[in-house]
Design a protein around this ligand. Structure first.
Ligand code: Q9C
Ligand code: ZN
Length: 363
C-alpha cells in the first residue's frame, strides 16, 4: 500500500539526541544495556520519513531559560548544566554533594547512588553542603552531552508548540529523545530530565485550558507533580498499576489533584498484562473526561512501551491498537502536540508510530 499524503504532519527532531547515550542501567539486579537508546528515535524518524507521513524539521527555536523556568526550578536546570560540564571535565569528587557518582565504564556518566529518605533530610543537607539532590532513581545518568541533548529535546517540543500557536499547523509531532514525563519541577528519573510535554502545555495555556493525555506504559509522575495544583491543566493518564510497576509511589486512582485543582488529575491504573479491550475501555473513560474539560489544546505523551513485545512493559497492545488510539485522539478535533515518551521494542517503533499516525491522519 502506497499512500501519498497530501499534508504530512510537521515533525520536530534534533540529531543532538545522540549526544546522550548512557551505556548501562541497573534492572532486577543486573547491569543491562540502557533501554532508552539513540536508535529508538532514529528508527521512528527513518520509518516515518519513508512513508511520507511526516515532514521533519530541525527545532526552529531553542527553548529559553525563562521558558524552562516556567516548568522546572532554576536549581534543577543549573544542576543539569553543571553535571554535564562536570562529566566533561572529569572532576568526580566535586559532585558527591549532588549525590552523584561516576560509574566506571568506558563512557563516563554520573549515576545517582543514594536515595535519601524524608526522615534523613536534616543529616543529608548538612553533608551535602547545602547542595540539593535531584535524582529520584538511578535511571537518569548524566554525561557530558546530556544537557545539550535534553535542551534540544525540549526545543523540539517547544518548536512544535510554537508552530501550532503561530497557526502554521493545527498539529505537530515532537520527536523527543530523551523523554520527559518522569521529570518533575525539581526531580529527574526514569530516563527523563526535562519535561517536554509540560513545557509545551505551559505554552498552550495562552490559548485557554489544556489537557495532557499520557499513554506511556508508566505513570507520568513528573507531569502530574508539575500540574498538581494547576486547575487549568487536566492531566489524564492510563498506565500500569503503580502498586506493581514503576514508578511505584504515584499514579494511584485516588490521586485527583491538589487543593486548588481537585479533579484535574485523572489516573486510570490497569493491571499488568492488560490487552487492547481493557485498554480501550479505560481510554473511553479518559476521553469522556477530556471532552468534559473542553480544553483549547491537547498534549499527548506518546509511549509505545504498551506494545505486546516491549522488553520492559507487560501490556498487550499491537499495531491495530495504535491506529485506533490515533483515530480516537484525532476525532477530538483539537490542536494537538504529540510528544514522544517511551517505547523500547526498538525494531518495532517505526511501524508502531506509522500505525498511530495513520490513525491520526486517517490514511
Ligand atoms: N529498578 C519511560 O518510559 N525502570 N521511562 C527503572 C529500576 C525505569 C521508563 C527500573 C523505567 C523508566 C519514559
Ligand atoms: Zn514508559
Amino acid at each position: 500500500m502506497e499512500n501519498l499524503i497530501a499534508h504530512p504532519l510537521p515533525a520536530f527532531f534534533s540529531s543532538d539526541h545522540a549526544l546522550h547515550a548512557p551505556p548501562v542501567e541497573f534492572i532486577h539486579g543486573k547491569l543491562v544495556p540502557y533501554h532508552e537508546m539513540p536508535q529508538r528515535i532514529e528508527n521512528i524518524r527513518q520509518h516515518l520519513e519513508s512513508t511520507g507521513l511526516i515532514q521533519v524539521n530541525q527545532p526552529s527555536q531553542k527553548v529559553t531559560e525563562a521558558d524552562l523556568l516556567r516548568t522546572h526550578d532554576a536549581s534543577m536546570v543549573a544542576y543539569l548544566q553543571t553535571m554535564s560540564q562536570g562529566a566533561a571535565a572529569a572532576v568526580r569528587h566535586d559532585y558527591a554533594g549532588y549525590n552523584m557518582e561516576a560509574f566506571a565504564t568506558d563512557d563516563d556518566y554520573f549515576y545517582a547512588s543514594v536515595f535519601p529518605l524524608a526522615s534523613m533530610s536534616g543529616v543529608v543537607s548538612q553533608h551535602m553542603q547545602g547542595r540539593k539532590y535531584f535524582a529520584f532513581d538511578g535511571a537518569a545518568p548524566l554525561g557530558k552531552g546530556t544537557w545539550q541533548a535534553v535542551h534540544s529535546s525540549a526545543s523540539a517540543a517547544w518548536s512544535g508548540t510554537q508552530a501550532i500557536l503561530n497557526g502554521q499547523t493545527r498539529s505537530a509531532y515532537a520527536m523527543c529523545r530523551p523523554p520527559g514525563h518522569h521529570a518533575g519541577p525539581n526531580f529527574i528519573g526514569g530516563y527523563c530530565y526535562l519535561n517536554n510535554a509540560a513545557i509545551a502545555a505551559k505554552a498552550f495555556l495562552s490559548l485557554g485550558n489544556v489537557a495532557i493525555i499520557d499513554i506511556d506504559y508508566h505513570h507520568g509522575n513528573g507531569t502530574q507533580a508539575i500540574f498538581w495544583d494547576e486547575p487549568r491543566v487536566l492531566f489524564a493518564s492510563i498506565h500500569a498499576d503503580p502498586a506493581q510497576e514503576y514508578p511505584a509511589y504515584a499514579g494511584y486512582a485516588g490521586e485527583t489533584g491538589g487543593p486548588g485543582a481537585q479533579g484535574t488529575t485523572l489516573n486510570l491504573p490497569l493491571p499488568p498484562g492488560t490487552a487492547e479491550a481493557g485498554y480501550l475501555a479505560a481510554f473511553d473513560v479518559l476521553l469522556a473526561r477530556v471532552q468534559a474539560f473542553s480544553p483549547a489544546a491537547l498534549v499527548v505523551s506518546l509511549g509505545f512501551d504498551t506494545y505486546k513485545d516491549d522488553p520492559i512493559g507487560t501490556f498487550k497492545l499491537d499495531d491495530g491498537s495504535y491506529h485506533k488510539l490515533g483515530s480516537l485522539i484525532s476525532a477530538l478535533n483539537l490542536p494537538v502536540l504529540y510528544v514522544q515518551e517511551g517505547g523500547y521494542c526498538v525494531d518495532a517503533l517505526g511501524r508502531l508510530a506509522e500505525a498511530f499516525f495513520r490513525g491520526v491522519l486517517d490514511c
